[in-house]
Design a protein around this ligand. Structure first.
Ligand SMILES: O=C(O)C(=O)C[C@H](O)[C@H](O)CO
Ligand SMILES: [Mg+2]
Length: 403
């Protein structure tokens, strides 16, 4: 089956998405997500100018060979733009292969390892009481696992706190908006938040928290220790992970489980973290980590060290990534949890999908392929709009910090 055509579709139904569509001489098509939040057009150009010309005429069934060809063939290897572009090709080809087989994608990976995919939702509020109410609302909606983020007294805007809707969207301005940050205020506040949530909710539900790279390793150790009585499922991105060794210091101080990896794009970003058992969950997902083909390699390495998966699933990953990730999740033996931030109605309309939510679980559906399509006519009604994530500056002197 030959690849006859491929094209990039950029649209903004509520937020920006980049989608690659591959066509074959047998009439089968497949799509892959290529969205890199805030840098969307770089991946679109990379695909259009540098990747698509290499695909035409190749055998769509040779997924591994095409993966190696694009990875080694680029010479430069790795990096978010390259790996997102490769992921889009890889996802579209798995979609085509599964459609050709007349099977849902999870069957080609090895079949179901579980009945459904446990997800966590995002509860957030302007203060502790508001966040507690939101957590209870998520519990009432059937979620078994809930991430809690709250506004911090004395800070105007913080990561993870939206405007009270289900659709938190941080890429909110055409140039980065500026937030202020105080580690001291955050560290004083966060244990109180989880104490109050456990008081009201009890211990039946999983609770998660995203530090979003804003602490140093020793501060993260302190927070992890302070959160131990509240039994977190994980503390995420406790410190920036470019230096994988940094996690050793956190581990020395706390038994709160650690998750990291939404910004990783290859196995090399997490090799030491996994081999030294410095983390418990790896958060890489299909779109930014080289597609199903590469994510599977990461998960297999992780399984040797009892590290489980916890795929990233924020709104900037399109329903195409979510669909593919759910097939991966249903199969992967060392599955942990899947993040699930709901997309807007406009987004869902542009990307009709087979996956469904019920009682805190997602199900990828049983249609052939990954089960997500794109309505190109509708997509054309939502042109690209530049949108950036915010930056953080230290409140006391304006130093640029991690957001
Ligand atoms: O979903 C999460 O855990 C995030 O940290 C979301 C990220 O801020 C978002 O995907 C950045 O584009
Ligand atoms: Mg995160």
């Amino acid at each position: 089956m030959k690849i006859t055509n491929a094209r990039v579709i950029v649209c903004s139904p509520g937020r920006n998405f980049v989608t690659l569509k591959i066509e074959t001489d047998e009439g089968l098509t497949g799509i892959g997500d290529a969205t890199l939040n805030g840098r969307e057009l770089s991946v679109a150009a990379y695909l259009t100018e540098h990747v698509i010309p290499c695909l035409i005429g190749r055998d769509a069934h040779q997924i591994e060979d095409i993966w190696q060809y694009l990875y080694k063939g680029a010479y430069w290897r790795r990096g978010p733009v390259t790996m997102t572009a490769i992921a889009a090709v890889d996802t579209a080809l798995w979609d085509i292969k599964a459609k050709a087989a007349g099977q849902p994608l999870y069957q080609l990976l090895g079949g179901k390892s579980r009945t459904g995919v446990m997800v966590y939702g995002h509860a957030n509020g302007s203060d502790i009481e508001h966040t507690v109410d939101e957590v209870l609302r998520y519990a009432d909606a059937g979620y078994k696992a809930i991430r809690a983020q709250s506004g911090v007294p004395g800070l105007e805007k913080v990561y993870g706190v939206g405007k009270g809707t289900l659709f938190y969207e941080p890429a909110d301005a055409d140039l980065p908006s500026e937030h202020d940050w105080s580690t001291e205020k955050y560290l004083r506040h966060t244990p109180k938040l989880f104490e109050r949530i456990r008081d009201k909710l009890g211990f039946e539900h999983h609770l998660l928290h995203d530090v979003h790279h804003r602490l140093t390793p020793i501060e993260a150790g302190r927070l992890g220790k302070a959160l131990e009585p509240f039994n977190l499922f994980w503390m995420e991105d406790a410190t920036p992970a470019e230096n994988q060794e940094a996690f050793r210091l956190i581990r020395q101080h706390t038994t709160t489980p650690l998750a990291v990896g939404e910004i990783f794009n290859s196995i090399w970003d997490c090799k030491e973290l996994i081999e030294n058992q410095l983390i418990d969950y790896v958060r890489a997902t299909v779109v930014h980590a080289g597609g199903i083909t590469h994510l599977r390699r990461i998960a297999d390495l992780a399984s040797l060290y009892q590290v489980r998966t916890g795929c990233h699933g924020a709104t900037d990953l399109s329903p195409v990534c979510m669909g593919a990730a759910l097939h991966f999740d249903l199969w992967v033996p060392n599955f942990g949890i899947q993040e699930y931030m709901r997309h807007t109605e406009e987004t869902d309309a542009v990307f009709p999908h087979a996956y469904t939510f019920d009682q805190g679980m997602l199900y990828p559906g049983d249609v052939p392929g990954h089960g997500v399509e794109i309505d190109e006519v509708l997509a054309a009604k939502y042109p690209y709009k530049r949108a950036y994530l915010p930056v953080n500056r230290l409140q006391h002197d304006g130093t640029l910090w991690n957001w």
